[in-house]
Design a binder for this molecule. Sequence first.
Ligand code: SF4
Length: 295
Amino acid sequence: MRLENEVKFDVIEASHMGMCFGVKAAIESAKQLASRRNVTILGELAHNARVRESLEKLGAKHGSLADDKATTNDVIITAHGTSDTMRTKWQNLGYRVTDTTCPLVHKTHAALSQLVASGYTPLVIGKADHVEARGLMGDFPTAQAVLTVHDVHELKLDTPSRGTRLKIGVVSQTTQQITHCEKIILAIKKKFPHTEVKFIDTVCRPTKQRQSAIEDLCTKAKLIIVVGGANSNNTAQLARKCEQLGCISYHVQSPQDLRPEWFAATRRVGLTAGTSTPDELITQVKKKLLEISRS
Ligand code: SF4
């Protein structure tokens, strides 16, 4: 029999979770700018409806990098970055460009440029239509993205001119899983056995920390609540990772999504969140979990 006020389960938080410093800094710059001037954000600063709403409340508008006009004189490039070509396009169109590209995305651009300058054929491990991958490939017409081993099997690379050997230079989108990148590199080496393949590990530190934190969390709890927007790819990836590690995971967008019946047979519940999830939302979900635990 349960005693009054006895908790049904403990809530264990991942040691690293939620919004990374790159996205936080970009949101802060955008908020400051939006409170002073009319601005258009070229893309999404975070894949989260609440973040979007809070920026729009300050008057910020949303547009797309692919457009060639905005209704404001100021435009903002998001933390995911863009190509030099795209940045210059907006400057040449006469807009005042505020660039909130994360320094770790800049580092990935520099790694890819360095590979191309050294004669490597550029590949990016990531989603071809993701804004970060598009930005990385935007300055290099021969660059291609590979996300899966199947993509590697389908990959066709131009044969270099006579007398030069094919060399492949690879970077990854900053939010990929490093174990996944290693699998892709092996597949590339298998497909091109007599080719030099150079991989520069550009998975960012916050991503690596969140990945190892989830592995640790899954040793402590078998039911994990993952907080994040429905359109947040990395939140969905975290939920999938939990399942791969043998846990049950529920992807929730707000405290209202939590169902008390999920916790009927558990003593420990893990809590984590995607890199676009604001801290206050994580706090609200934790508060609701504690209420359910005490009810
Ligand atoms: S996920 Fe990594 S690279 Fe991307 S904004 Fe955050 S810290 Fe920067």
